[in-house]
Ligand binder design. Structure first.
Ligand SMILES: Cc1cc2nc3c(=O)[nH]c(=O)nc-3n(C[C@H](O)[C@H](O)[C@H](O)COP(=O)(O)OP(=O)(O)OC[C@H]3O[C@@H](n4cnc5c(N)ncnc54)[C@H](O)[C@@H]3O)c2cc1C
Length: 316
């Protein structure tokens, strides 16, 4: 049987559900060989063997270089592991880092990359859920080994009847020349507001805020709510990406979602339409956001938001 690689970001005993699902995904393509960017203990190797992994690849001499190299170290490690094992594909987690490594590896090897996979078939056909789950598509790479990032909870892991006794291969990773260097790490200041995905109330602003989130924040603070945003507001640089709601942002389902100056594009709705009560504030009465709103206020958010915040403060 041909080999496949599975990239594991962290491996410890017991193996996480994510690691086991990734191993199961890789096993569809071949005999799985685990690759990780740090040294592993014998009990980790044994646990990987029990999960059906036939080989474990780690960097020789540890991963000190990995800390400085913005994932080019991991990319290089996987590229060498691919050439050593002649694996038919690499399965990575569908995380930010997993996708970044997949993209770098694809560019380096001129190989096809498929992200957001929910299934992998033995012939390399990959199933993806797209447009906020509205469609399922199947894709096949046409160049190089298959590089795929697999979403969590999509492939079931079944423990093999017999454990493997994996070989541990330490690969020297050289010549990783960083194109950039981290010069300072600053902790983000706490906003004091609830975490967006756990908040019971969310006040969200879109392009309609026109660069000024202060009134959105004022209403959020009067309600004890989290602040969120549409992608238009995030792309304009008015607020951080971590607060984006929607298909390519966070999915929220609070008791109350206030959408101010947001038109209600399908990609935004994908992240908030299961909210219990939706209040929309928009100056265009024909805006699609009103189709899903429980309460619609047609008006300029610059008038509506401060009035709502003042009324709430009077009550408290
Ligand atoms: C692959 C893909 C993924 C995407 N992922 C996301 C995602 O995760 N999240 C997301 O949000 N979008 C996403 N988008 C973008 C999405 O299609 C929309 O472009 C975006 O949601 C629009 O943001 P908006 O509603 O803030 O802006 P607009 O659509 O421009 O709407 C602004 C609204 O504000 C109203 N308005 C203007 N001024 C005022 C005022 N003073 N008072 C009251 N109302 C006012 C306008 O009437 C309008 O309805 C994605 C798009 C693609 C193609």
């Amino acid at each position: 049987m041909a080999f496949s690689l599975v990239y594991l970001e962290a491996v410890e005993v017991p193996l996480s559900a994510t690691a086991l699902e990734l191993i199961a995904g890789a096993a569809r393509l071949g005999d799985p060989v685990a690759v990780t960017n740090h040294a592993v203990t014998p009990d980790v190797v044994a646990a990987l063997g029990a999960a059906g992994v036939s080989g474990v690849v780690v960097p020789e001499g540890g991963n000190e270089a990995a800390q400085q190299n913005f994932l080019s170290f991991e990319t290089e490690l996987l590229a060498i592991a691919l050439s050593e094992t002649e694996a038919s594909g690499v399965v990575l987690p569908n995380s930010v880092n997993g996708k970044e490594i997949a993209a770098r590896l694809g560019a380096k090897l001129e190989a096809g990359v498929i992200t957001d996979a929910i299934d992998i078939a033995a012939d390399g056909t990959v199933t993806k859920s797209v447009l906020a789950g509205a469609y399922t598509t199947q894709a096949h790479v046409t160049e190089g080994p298959l590089i795929v990032t697999l979403k969590g909870n999509s492939v079931e892991f079944v423990a093999p009847a017999t454990a493997e006794d994996p070989d541990l291969l330490e690969i020297p990773v050289e010549d990783v020349k960083p194109g950039a260097r981290i010069v300072e790490v600053r902790e983000k200041a706490e906003s004091g507001r609830p975490d967006l995905t756990a908040a019971r109330i969310v006040v969200s602003g879109g392009r309609g805020v026109d660069g000024d989130f202060s009134q959105v924040e004022e209403l959020a603070d009067a309600l004890g709510a989290a602040v969120a945003a549409s992608r238009a507001a995030v792309d304009a640089g008015w607020i951080g990406h971590d607060l984006q709601v929607g298909q390519t942002g966070k999915t929220v389902s609070p008791q109350l979602y206030v959408a101010a100056g947001i038109s209600g594009a399908i990609q935004h709705k994908a992240g908030m339409q299961t909210s219990k009560v939706i209040v929309a504030i928009n100056d265009d009465p024909d805006s699609p956001i009103f189709e899903i709103a429980d309460l619609g206020i047609v008006g300029d958010l610059k008038n509506v938001l401060p009035q709502a915040a003042a009324a709430l403060r009077e009550r408290s």
